[in-house]
Design a protein around this ligand. Structure first.
Ligand SMILES: [Zn+2]
Length: 358
């Protein structure tokens, strides 16, 4: 039996032990069409935290959209069936799911809103501001302020890809607890750009972490799976679901990391993948002239793991090619193959160039 009242959201009532779709109104579009952000709320039967999941703030970053789909409906995309990962009857607390914040950006297959602004630089938004500021405002006031914790799901932009990893502010204890619970092998430090949802929500007292997984314009199931497992780990950690968390035996806390850059322009042939371990001075990419003849090679500046990688073959001098995080081969093997239920070994990595500079 339910021990709690219904959850009320934008005039809708969500009874304990149920889930339903509601809308966040954004006002009309050019054709007089109603513009909304679809929200799905799962309200449990026991009092507990409110966790918000946001994806698609950047309209072309789709892996997070799929993570939220799977969490609402299970692998068969039908809610209330056996493969559901979250039982509505047993859930403690409430989940507010937003599969796509930037709906119109998604339809245009672009990062920004229709006005080309980056919504993730405009939080907490403005009630009477431009269209992007209003989207940020609606999300921040109706969703973020009602949440106790927030996970924002992203992928790399079109020209790059990322090994699934969490970004969090290492100097915020509550964010780090969420980041550790999520369970990626690598956690990167950054406070987040000014006006980003993560930075603004955390400042407002809602600890927020960000997942970077894969690339844009794709559903990449490996990246999606990392996101699903991570969110469930966090829910287990917060006591919202009963779950035996599986954390990697080793995790790297990366305060700063360094990109290998192209010292010559041309066409790029990458010789590594994200998640690969590379040795210092190992050739990780070739640069060719327009006819395909090799003109340069790019060596890894360090021994470590490829966490980010350029996908666009067109490079100019100074373009980032691979983000490589210092790590020994043995340690990386352990991080990938061994698990520890609650207390993994931790290693701090601090390199000379901050990630936010890329
Ligand atoms: Zn993004």
């Amino acid at each position: 039996m339910a021990d709690i009242d219904s959850f009320h959201f934008e005039g809708a009532e969500i009874a304990p032990g149920t889930g339903r779709e509601v809308s966040l109104e954004l006002g009309d579009g050019p054709a007089g069409n109603r513009r909304t952000i679809p929200v799905y709320i799962i309200h449990g039967t026991q009092p507990g935290p409110v966790l918000a999941l946001t994806a698609g703030i950047h309209g072309d970053e789709l892996n997070g959209v799929s993570v939220v789909h799977h969490l609402i409906h299970g692998d068969d995309h039908v809610a209330g069936t056996e493969d559901d990962r979250i039982s509505r009857e047993e859930l403690v607390g409430t989940i507010i799911c937003i599969p796509v914040v930037n709906i119109e950006g998604m339809l245009l297959e672009q990062r920004g809103a229709p006005d080309n602004r980056d919504i993730n630089r405009l939080f907490p938004g403005k009630e009477h501001g431009n269209q992007s500021q209003r989207i940020a405002y609606a999300l921040f006031n109706s969703v973020v302020k009602r949440a106790d914790f927030l996970i924002d799901l992203h992928s790399a932009p079109l020209s790059r890809t990322n090994l699934p990893h969490i970004r969090a502010n290492f100097d915020q204890k509550e964010c780090m607890e969420l980041a550790r619970a999520f369970g990626t092998q690598i956690i990167l430090h950054s406070t987040g750009p000014k006006g980003s949802l993560r930075r603004t929500a955390t400042k407002e007292g809602i600890p927020t972490i960000l997942l970077e997984a894969g690339t844009a314009h794709r559903f990449e199931m490996e990246a999606v799976h990392a996101g699903i497992e991570g969110v469930l780990n966090v829910m287990g950690h917060l006591g919202m679901i009963v779950r035996k968390n599986r954390l990697p035996a080793v995790r790297l806390l990366v305060r700063r990391s360094k990109w290998a850059r192209a010292e010559a322009g041309g066409l790029l042939y990458s010789l590594v993948n994200v998640g690969d371990h590379v040795k210092k001075r190992q050739v990780i990419a070739l640069v060719t002239d327009p006819l395909g003849e090799q003109t340069h090679s790019i060596e890894s500046p360090r021994t470590g793991i490829v966490v980010g990688l350029a996908l666009n073959p067109l490079v100019r001098v100074g373009d980032p090619i691979a983000n490589i995080v210092l790590c020994s081969a043995g340690k990386w093997k352990r991080a990938q193959r061994e698990f520890n239920a609650d207390d993994p070994d931790e290693e701090s990595v601090d390199d000379e160039e901050s990630l936010d500079d890329v």
